[in-house]
Design a binder for this molecule. Structure first.
Ligand code: NAD
Length: 322
């Protein structure tokens, strides 16, 4: 099968690319390398197993060209920085809504028939049902979440008009090898700058689920293999969750530090739009045969070890929390 992966040089996209290559699929990576890295693709590029198109998804002509003959699109390119929408109120509209529309247009023009979209648990805002099912009717608390929900809606409408089959995966935070943004990343950067004190956004009681890349990619494959509907909206998360202080303790321990003083900025949220509790109902993906295997604690330890032995990533990527 011929696949095009927008954002394929990013943290999650590059793991999907490796899996597609492993399955013997044809892969085109379409990426502007704004937050992604050629280095994440070095295994696939060394094997001449992927074609990398260095271009922006907002460039409709280049996207149309790259889409020729493509059967399935993994659409990951996005503004993945949840916090940025307050300072720049256009970025989520342009990157996440208009960007998705450009991808759908390129698919329509070229007759591509399947899209896998990376949505987010952020679409649930601050829900009052836990674990939160896909059927929950959310109110939005962030421009990022609103843009992801709008993109899901656009994808479903294209499904109706043009028969494009879709999977919108609502992710909790992913962790693991090649992780390049998020709370673990921020904590390591802060602790490297000052190993005695760690600033924690909020009161540290925010509880969140995390999914290791190995489990995440496996879950997506299970859904693609076993879900048969035209439009599929699927939570991807872990059965477990962890609070921010416990997460900080694991990071501190893995870094070999002790006696670190935690400095809380206060309030139940880390930032405006942050959800104090993220725990998704994963029965839908379980019914497709998925079960998470990497515990959240083990996933965080592996992430810290990866970043400590790949310092280039800590230096080359700006801080941002998803
Ligand atoms: N990481 C998480 O925990 C998480 C959670 C929920 C949802 N998501 C979603 O998953 C997707 C992937 O996230 P990630 O963590 O791998 O982020 P990432 O920043 O590592 O990857 C995004 C990729 O898209 C590329 N890109 C960005 N804008 C582009 C544009 N205009 N044109 C072409 N390429 C562009 C970047 O260069 C990068 O390679 C995103 O859509 C994100 O919103 C991620």
């Amino acid at each position: 099968m011929k696949n095009l992966v927008t954002g394929g040089a990013g943290f999650i996209g590059s793991h999907l690319v490796d899996e597609l290559v492993r399955r013997g699929d044809q892969v085109i990576v379409y990426d502007n390398l704004s937050t992604g890295f050629r280095r994440h693709l070095e295994i696939a590029l060394d094997q001449n197993a992927v074609e990398l198109v260095h271009a922006d998804m907002l460039d409709q002509d280049k996207l149309n060209d790259a889409m020729r003959g493509v059967e399935r699109v993994f659409h990951l390119a996005a503004n993945a920085d949840v916090r940025g929408g307050r300072a720049n109120t256009l970025v989520d509209l342009e990157q996440n809504i208009i960007g998705t529309h450009r991808v759908l247009e390129a698919m329509r023009i070229n007759g591509a028939k399947e899209i896998v979209f990376t949505s987010s648990a952020t679409v649930y805002g601050e829900p009052d049902i836990f674990p939160t099912p896909e059927t929950y009717a959310p109110l939005q608390t962030s421009i990022y979440g609103a843009s992801k929900l709008a993109a899901e809606a656009m994808i479903q409408a294209y499904g109706e008009y043009f028969g494009i089959r879709s999977f919108s995966f609502r992710f909790v935070s992913w962790i693991g090898e090649r992780y390049s943004h998020g709370v673990v990343f921020d904590f390591i950067k802060k602790l490297q700058a000052n190993p005695r004190k760690l600033e924690i956004l909020g009161d540290g009681n925010q509880k969140k689920s995390y999914l290791h890349v190995e489990d995440g990619v496996n879950a997506i494959c299970k859904a693609l293999d076993n879900m048969k509907d035209l439009k599929n909206v699927v939570n991807l998360g872990h059965s477990d969750y962890l609070n921010v202080v416990d997460l900080a303790n694991i990071v501190v321990e893995e870094m070999g530090l002790s006696g670190v003083e935690y400095d809380f900025t206060g309030g139940v949220r880390g930032w405006l739009g942050d959800s104090p509790f993220v725990h998704l109902d994963i029965s839908r993906i379980r019914n497709a045969g998925f079960e998470p295997h990497v515990s959240i604690e083990e996933g965080i330890r592996r992430t810290v070890r990866y970043l400590l032995s790949n310092q280039w990533l800590l230096h080359d990527r700006a801080v941002g929390t998803t």
